[in-house]
Design a protein around this ligand. Structure first.
Ligand code: SAH
Ligand code: SF4
Ligand code: F3S
Length: 434
């Protein structure tokens, strides 16, 4: 069959799609050129916020019409599949199969059964060895860096979050497996990897996360290691030291804080106070000069007062994050935060979000402007220049670069080139190749 996979959600979901694609290829299927000639459409879904779920249902609505015109198998995988399970068939009876996040390896069996005419095929079982997925099966796309999952699941219990339900308890890959996979990726030409986990820094697969970074960094030919997402409670002085001392560990840290108010953090069950979070950031003192710090914020959490929100703005001012992602709280099925009184009007939540984001844009611009005039290295992330004539590249501290090169000069995809930064906007640096 000709397949098409559509993916929403985080890096881990993107990597899961690479695994799902590998399984379909092993089973003898081939990629469709587009939706028109697809015979199997697999939606790899996200349910972190309501908006993500809406997108999936709207795509499913469109596929229902397609199915009236021609034979087509529709499968739903990912976090929405794990969360809703068989209820998905009620909501969208034209779905042929549902595949949970821990049951990825069952995809070929599900496709076979659905193809044989069995209706409503489902496997959302908790296969707790899912993290041992054979690494050679994944079919990576043409990105400059390779994604490598090292932990699945989450053992924290933030009151707003679906992930502990949709991804299950933490399972850690043995560090030898991780090192072997990255060695293979380097042999294929990757110079950069990103280690993934819902709480990547809680890694305990036979060594600590800081030790794992050092072990991976020993591989010849590997240039940069990134990782996401770190939980503040699992952020240790040892990890901060590794960030500071190991030149292959890219100087970038995403450490979601969520709120600058202790009262809100308590209701979120984030396990830290603002002071404890700042203490952990303090571990970074004397760290890499170019370190970029990133975070996530949730605004309008149930009961968030104007003062709570001001405290979040004050924290933003104090830390001066280089970038952040911020979202309005989205009530999620089965989460404890549903029981909290949430009576703040949406318009007010939106006003807070807009204020926070406007200030972040200024801070990000200032952070980018600091780089102007600098000579440094960036990795080429496109195989050819874009329409504007520039190439896309990334610095070690994860800034987007629009890179100009003399006409006719081809820049090497996936490799580092020397650049000089000539300008900065809030979303990217402008630079020229030297
Ligand atoms: N494991 C990571 C976060 C994973 S989810 C951590 O603990 O930091 C990514 C981000 O989505 C979160 O940091 C949070 O800011 C946001 N998020 C999660 N659930 C949400 C919800 N119900 N409403 C709004 N934002 C949410
Ligand atoms: Fe969700 Fe909290 Fe786990 Fe992050 S740490 S995935 S926000 S429960
Ligand atoms: Fe979404 Fe699941 Fe990732 S809910 S953010 S796809 S872990």
């Amino acid at each position: 069959m000709k397949y098409l996979i559509e993916t929403w959600g985080c890096q881990m979901n993107s990597h899961d799609s690479e695994k799902l694609e590998g399984l379909l290829l092993e089973q003898g299927h081939e990629p469709a050129a587009g939706m028109e000639d697809a015979e199997l459409v697999l939606l790899n879904t996200c349910s972190i916020r309501e908006k993500a779920v809406h997108k999936v249902y709207s795509e499913l609505g469109w596929l229902r019409e397609e199915k009236k015109k021609r034979p087509l198998l529709v499968g739903v995988a990912g976090c929405l599949a794990q969360q809703e399970q068989a209820a998905l068939f009620k909501r969208a009876p034209h779905i042929d199969f549902v595949l949970g996040t821990m049951a990825i390896q069952q995809l070929p069996a599900l496709v076979e059964r659905a193809r044989a005419g069995v209706r409503r095929v489902i496997d959302t079982g908790a296969y707790l060895d899912n993290h041992l997925f054979p690494p050679e099966t994944a079919r990576r796309g043409s990105s400059a860096k390779a994604l490598v999952t090292i932990i699945e699941g989450c053992d924290h219990a933030c009151t707003y979050c679906v992930v502990p339900t949709t991804r299950g308890p933490e399972r850690h890959r043995p560090f030898q497996d991780v090192v072997a996979e990255v060695r293979g990726l380097v042999a294929q030409g990757y110079r950069e990897v990103e280690l993934l986990g819902q709480n990547v820094n809680s890694f305990q697969g036979g060594c600590s996360f800081a030790e794992l970074l050092d072990r991976v960094a020993e591989l010849d030919g590997l240039e940069w290691i990134r990782f996401t997402t770190s939980h503040p409670m699992n952020f240790t002085p040892a990890l901060a030291r590794t960030l500071a001392r190991n030149p292959k560990v890219a100087p970038f840290l995403h450490l979601p804080v969520q709120s600058g108010s202790d009262a809100v953090l308590r209701r979120m069950r984030r396990e830290y106070t603002v002071a404890q979070y700042l203490e952990r950031l303090g571990y970074l003192q004397g760290g890499p000069a170019d370190l970029c710090l990133s975070t996530d914020f949730i605004v309008g959490f149930p009961g968030e007062t104007e003062q709570d929100f001001e405290a979040t703005l004050a924290l933003l001012e104090q830390v001066r994050y280089d970038q952040s992602f911020s979202f309005i709280y989205s009530p999620r099925p089965g989460t404890p935060a549903l029981r909290l009184k949430d009576d703040l009007p949406h318009a007010e939540k939106l006003r807070r979000l807009t204020r926070l984001q406007a200030r972040q844009t200024e801070l990000t611009l200032a952070s980018n402007q600091k780089m102007v005039g600098r000579a440094l290295k960036a990795r080429i992330e496109t195989e050819a220049p874009l329409e504007g004539g520039h190439w896309l590249a990334r610095t070690a501290n994860w800034k987007n670069v629009h890179l100009m090169a003399p006409a006719g000069r081809r820049l090497p995809f996936r490799e580092l080139v020397d650049i000089r930064v000539t300008g900065a906007g809030p979303h990217f640096l402008r630079a020229e190749a030297v």
